[in-house]
Ligand binder design. Sequence first.
Ligand code: C2E
Ligand code: CA
Ligand code: CA
Length: 556
Amino acid sequence: MENDKLMRYYALLERLTGTMADSEHFTLDRLNDSLAGLCKLFRVSKGVTEFYKSASHEKSGRGEIFVCYDSGEGGSEVMGRRIVTKSMAVTKCRVYMPTGVEPLNDEEREKVDLIMKTVLSFVGNIKLQKIVERLTFYDDSGYRNMRSFMRYLELLNEKKQLGTHTAAYFNLRHFSQINQEIGRNAGDMVMRNYFTMLEEVIGDEGIVCRVGGDNFVAIFDDGLLIDVLEILKGVPVTYDAGNSKRVTISASTGVFRIPDGFAYEDPGDIMDKIVASTKTAKNSDSESIVFFDSKTEAGKEKLANIRTLFPQALANGEFKVYYQPKTDIQSEEIIGAEALCRWEHEGEVIMPADFIPILEQSSDICKLDFFMLERVCQDIRRRIDADKPVVRISVNLSRKHMLDADLTEHIIEIVDRNRIPHNLIEIELNESTTDVEFKEVKRVVGELQQDGICTSVDDFGIGQSSLNLIREIPWSVLKLDRSLLPADEENPHSTRSVMFKYLVAMAKELGLECIAEGVETENQVQMLRNNNCSLAQGYYFGKPLPSEEFEKKLDE
Ligand code: C2E
Ligand code: CA
Ligand code: CA
């Protein structure tokens, strides 16, 4: 080749490789442009490349063919090359020359071959990248997958744009039912069309991905929230070619509006929130869309807090016994009291509802109950020693104790160590729900009764009260829950009034003491009198009081 032609060849080759290396601006047109000069230089009329994922795809002709340069002059094939990549993909190139032009000499053939090799390895590379991309970021049905979602999150995080976005997790409602009704293929089409509707609304301002089955995640610009929710709340979706058959699709959705300055470490930080909210949405009959609430999060923190604070608080004596009087409504005398726990923490009084349920999730509640019993015994001992009047005190025991085989021994040990007559202590137990518990409750109550310690059924009337519970277990006291107490103006023939009357009578007949909880008004006291229920506990007679105040009342 003459020098001049050689120089042009190198310049064009450089331009070609430059085009290929510039991935940001690369287009097929640019590639064709770069090749055109080279083809002209070698009198070539057409260059075709082919790409096959594997040799078997090549055999069956399942590949992609693209023309890289075509002058339109036609001609016949003069050279070809086939390359198998490391991952067994096949790329092929064919070069055509018009008839009648001077054929390529050896040196020229060598140079054309180099161009083909360069183009082929490049095509192989970008095609492979696309395939890898598809396998990595799309699922078998062609939906973007979780990896797409995570990559998008990372990207938003890098660009510090999470704060202007909303994330959502959603599960199509009744989708298996819909599948059954319209058939699988139609079902697939419904899902695809629904997904496309969301993709169209979200566009470039977010991403929708399928997690698996009929579960999806999305993240999108806050401004799209209303439009996206519109679709998630329920829209008609077509499922036939003629767009005439439609079915309404809605989704149980958990939504998290990512706040500004959200501390993002990994995708789990966002996934946890939207998945949890979706669960809530699924379990709700009325709310198909649930927004993640940071208060729920704060609640979890509080829970962890209470658990960590508990041991020290118990040791510091932050738990206090309050006493609520039990009154004989005839004589208006205090005949006993219930010990109720209060947590005095950093100048604040925390109510049992805020910590008992949390302590009940572990055996911490047992420690607290024994602590309460110990304090109650100490208070009674002090009064006995001072020759002051004493009344029977009831202590609440959580059901958590029922599996403790040594429970009775433990209780007796505390009572006896403080030298308290057994008849001054009463143990309140909640209704049990399971058979196993029933058996345990029966054992514990029996043992305590043998030891002369009173037991009471607490909160009788809420939950699934069973008459078996009172027939088969030797209780001393039935505590009627305040929900059983008829309201002030209630008709004496109302179901509740009749039930109340019947329960009081039944307790009496079985030889059980009966006390009404939550008595708040004069009218209710009158109602108790009318029904021969002589014992009452409630705000009308006194709220739970700190021990000094309660003792002052007792002294009077
Ligand atoms: P409970 O055993 O049913 O206790 C009665 C609750 O009803 C007490 O709430 C009491 O303040 C409230 N009460 C009493 N009279 C009235 C009234 O007239 N009207 C209304 N509206 N409420 C009234 P408290 O003290 O907040 O205790 C709540 C629950 O916490 C107790 O329900 C009991 O289940 C549990 N609890 C309290 N202390 C302990 C404890 O030391 N150990 C265990 N295991 N549970 C405890
Ligand atoms: Ca109680
Ligand atoms: Ca109660």
